[in-house]
Design a protein around this ligand. Structure first.
Ligand SMILES: *Cc1c(COP(=O)(O)O)cnc(C)c1O
Length: 418
C-alpha cells in the first residue's frame, strides 16, 4: 500500500508530522515560538543560505527551522497537507485571504503592467485592484462571465497595453452570483500574450468551492488562492489565506511573504490543521443540505430566481453547462436568490431569520445570510453590480451543517413575514 496514493481525507490527520520529534505527542503541538536554536554556527549559516536563495538545498539535505516569519512547523505541516487536495508542489499560508491575494498581485505585477480579471470578484479584491493597485500605476481590465475568448482578447488589444499584460486573476464560481469562468479559456489567453521574455500568469481564487471540488491547476492555472477563513477553516473562528502552485512560483510568493511578514501565526496553523481533518465530511453535508434548500427556494412564489450550481445542468446555457461538467465535481453549498420586492423585502427577510445568522463570510458550519448589494459588494459601483445581477433583490446564503429541514423551516417562516 502506497501512503501517497491514499485520498487526501485519509492523510489529513497524520501527513507530514513525526510524533517522535515532539515527545511522542499524537497531535502536532502549537509551536508558539518566534525563533529556533541552531546546533552550530555552521548550521545557521547553511539554513540562511538556502532560505535567502543564495544556494540550493542538495538532494536529501534536511534543513532546520530559523525564525517563525520564515518557517514554523504548524505552517509547514499544514502547507504540506493542503497541497494534497490540489496536487500542488508547494503552498504558503497567509494571515488572511486578502493578504494571499495582494501578495500574489504585488509579486506578479510591476508598475506599468496590465491585470486582466473576471467580474464579479470578491469585494475586497475589487477594491485592491481598483484603488490600491492604481496607486502603483497598475491598470486593469475586467471581463464578465458572458465575454468570449475573442471578446476578451479584443479588449486587451484595444487597451493599447497588450504587451504589458502580466497577470490574469479570476474567481469561479463568482461570489455572489455563482457565474462560472472557463479556466482553460483563460489559460489559452495567457499563452496568447506570453512571449519568450515575458510569461503571463493565471491565478484562480477557489474560495467559493474550497479545495474539494475544483482543482484549477489541472485546468492550466499557475496559482490557486484561498481565503482559508471560509471552507478550509470552516468554523467561522479564524482569518487565514493560502496560495498553491509550482515550487518555482511559490518560491517567489514565499519570498515576498517573508518580507511583508504576512504569514499566519502558529496558533492559526494549528487551528487549520484541526479544521482540515473534517473538511470532507463538513462540506459534503453542506452540499447535501444546499441541494434540498435550493429546491425549496426554486418553488417559492416570493422568489424569482435561484443561483445555484446544481441547476446549471438543466437550466444553464451551453457554455455554463460545458464549464460545469469540466471543472466541478459538486454543486457546492453557496446559494443566492432574488427575492421579489427589492431592499425592503430583502431586509425584512434577513431581519426575520432565527436559526440562520445575518452575517457576511461563508463556508462555516453554521448557515449565514447576507445582502451583497449593500454589504460584501457595497464598494462596487451600482451600475456594475446591476449588470452582474447583484441587485437589491439578491440574498446570499452560505449553507451550514444543520439539519436541512430546520434550515428550510427558518427560511419559510422568514419568507412568510415578507
Ligand atoms: C472572503 C473572501 C476573500 C478574502 O478573504 P479574507 O480571509 O477575508 O481576507 C477572498 N476571496 C473570496 C472569494 C472570499 O470569499
Amino acid at each position: 500500500m502506497n501512503y501517497l496514493e491514499m485520498k487526501p481525507e485519509s492523510l489529513m490527520m497524520t501527513f507530514g508530522y513525526k510524533p517522535k520529534l515532539s515527545e511522542g505527542a499524537l497531535k502536532c503541538p502549537i509551536f508558539q515560538t518566534s525563533t529556533f536554536v541552531f546546533n552550530s554556527a555552521m548550521e545557521g549559516k547553511r539554513f540562511f543560505e538556502v532560505a535567502y536563495g543564495l544556494s540550493e538545498a542538495s538532494e536529501g539535505e534536511e534543513l532546520g527551522l530559523i525564525y517563525s516569519r520564515l518557517n514554523n512547523p504548524d505552517l509547514e505541516i499544514l502547507e504540506n497537507r493542503l497541497c494534497l487536495w490540489d496536487k500542488a508542489e508547494d503552498c504558503a499560508i497567509f494571515e488572511s485571504g486578502m493578504s494571499a491575494i495582494s501578495t500574489v498581485m504585488l509579486e506578479f505585477l510591476n508598475p506599468g503592467d496590465l491585470l486582466l480579471y473576471s467580474r464579479p470578484v470578491y469585494g475586497g479584491t475589487d477594491h485592491f485592484i481598483n484603488h490600491v493597485l492604481k496607486k502603483f500605476n497598475i491598470e486593469s481590465i475586467g471581463f464578465s462571465p458572458d465575454d468570449t475568448k475573442e471578446s476578451i482578447i479584443e479588449k486587451i488589444k484595444q487597451s493599447g497595453k497588450a504587451e504589458k499584460l502580466s497577470l490574469i486573476h479570476i474567481e469561479t464560481p463568482a461570489n455572489p452570483t455563482n457565474a462560472l469562468i472557463d479556466i482553460e479559456m483563460c489559460a489559452a489567453i495567457k499563452k496568447e500574450f506570453s512571449t519568450g521574455e515575458k510569461q503571463v500568469f493565471l491565478s484562480v481564487d477557489n474560495t467559493y468551492m474550497g479545495p474539494m471540488w475544483q482543482h484549477p491547476l489541472k485546468h492550466g492555472a499557475d496559482l490557486v488562492i484561498y481565503s482559508a477563513t471560509k471552507y478550509i477553516g470552516g468554523h467561522s473562528d479564524l482569518i487565514a489565506g493560502a496560495v498553491l502552485g509550482s515550487k518555482t512560483l511559490m518560491n517567489r510568493v514565499k519570498g515576498l511573504r517573508t518580507f511583508l511578514g504576512n504569514m499566519a501565526a502558529p496558533f492559526t496553523g494549528w487551528m487549520l490543521m484541526r479544521s482540515m481533518e473534517t473538511l470532507k465530511v463538513r462540506t459534503e453535508q453542506q452540499a447535501k443540505n444546499a441541494s434540498e434548500i435550493a429546491e425549496f427556494l426554486r418553488n417559492h412564489h416570493k422568489i424569482s430566481k435561484v443561483y445555484y450550481l446544481g441547476f446549471i445542468p438543466e437550466e444553464g446555457d451551453d457554455v455554463q453547462k460545458e464549464i460545469y461538467k469540466k471543472q466541478y465535481t459538486s454543486a457546492g453549498a453557496m446559494i443566492s436568490f432574488d427575492i421579489k420586492g427589492g431592499e425592503k423585502a430583502a431586509f425584512k427577510f434577513l431581519d426575520s431569520l432565527k436559526l440562520i445568522k445575518l452575517a457576511v463570510s461563508l463556508g462555516g458550519t453554521e448557515s449565514l445570510a447576507e445582502h451583497p448589494y449593500t454589504m460584501t459588494h457595497a464598494d462596487v459601483p451600482n451600475d456594475v453590480k446591476n449588470k452582474m445581477f447583484i441587485t437589491e433583490n439578491l440574498i446570499r446564503l452560505s449553507v451550514g451543517v444543520e439539519y436541512y429541514e430546520d434550515i428550510i423551516s427558518d427560511i419559510k417562516q422568514a419568507l412568510d413575514l415578507v
